[in-house]
Design a protein around this ligand. Sequence first.
Ligand code: AMP
Ligand code: ZN
Ligand code: FE
Ligand code: FE
Length: 282
Amino acid sequence: MRIDLHTHSRASDGTQTPAQVVAAAADAGLDVVALTDHDTTSGWVEAADAAASLGVGLVRGVEISCAHRGASVHLLGYLVDPAHPGLVAEFARARESRVTRLAAMVELMAADGIPISYEQVRAQVPDGATEGRPHIADALVQAGVVADRNEAFSRYLANTSRYYVRHYAPDAVDAVRLVVAAGGVAVHAHPFSGTRGRRVGDDLVERMAEAGLAGLEVDHRDHSPEARARARALAGRLGLVTTGSSDYHGAGKDNRLGENLTSPEVLAAIEERSSGLTPVLH
Ligand code: AMP
Ligand code: ZN
Ligand code: FE
Ligand code: FE
C-alpha cells in the first residue's frame, strides 16, 4: 500500500486542479492520497469524484496555518466536518487576512522597485482559492522578474525576507482543539523543518499532544535525518503516530507524489480516531 497524506491543489497554492492531483496520484502508483489544501475544504468534492472514478482512496484533509510565539506551525486536519461552524469561521478569518497580507507584501516590494502589483497577483489566484506567497511568486514569473517559484522564494518571499508579512493564524494548540472538535484527526506537519522561520521546541509539541494531537509528520523532505530522528523519538515518547508524505504542490515545487509514505497501520489508526466523516473514500 502506497499512502501519501499531504498534497495541495489549485484550491490553495498547488498548480493542478483537485481532479488532476488525484489523477497524478493514480499515475504515481499511490493507493491512497490525502488532499490537504491550506485553510479550505473547497477541493474535496471534485477530488472525491475523481478518486471514485480512478479507484484511488481519498483522505479529505486540510492544512491549517498556525502560529506559536512568532514561529509558523502547520497543522494537518484529517476527516474534519467541513461544516463545523468554528472551523468555517476560522478558515474565513485566515483567508481574509491572507488577502490583506499579500497586498501588504506586494506594496513593500513595489516600493523597493520590484515591478509587481496586487492586481497581477490576483490574476494568478484561481477563483475561490486560498491565496498564498506562491501566487506572488507566479506573478513575478509572469512579469519576467524570476524564472520560477523557487527563485521567487529564495530572493523575495522567504519567512526571513524583508518583504515577509504575517497573516492571521490561530495558535497551534487552539487549532488542535478545533480539529478534534470538528471530529477530525490532527497531525503536526513538518514539525522540525528548518526552512520556515524559527523551529518549534518539544514543549509546543507536548502541549499540542495534551490538546489531542494524534501524530507527527516525520518523513518530509524539509526534515534532515537528525530532524526525523528527533521527531520519531518525540512521537514515541508522547504516544503519537508518525506519518510520511510529499507535500506535493504540482509544478510549483520539486516535491514528487509518493516520495515519502505513511504505513497502512498508521492510516488505520487515523481512520479509527476520526469521529466525523467516512474515513477513506474509495
Ligand atoms: P503562505 O501560506 O502564503 O505563507 O505560503 C507558504 C506556502 O509556500 C507553503 O505552502 C509552502 O509550501 C510554499 N513554499 C515555500 N517555499 C516554496 C518554494 N521554494 N517554492 C514554492 N512554494 C514554496
Ligand atoms: Zn502550500
Ligand atoms: Fe506546510
Ligand atoms: Fe503543505
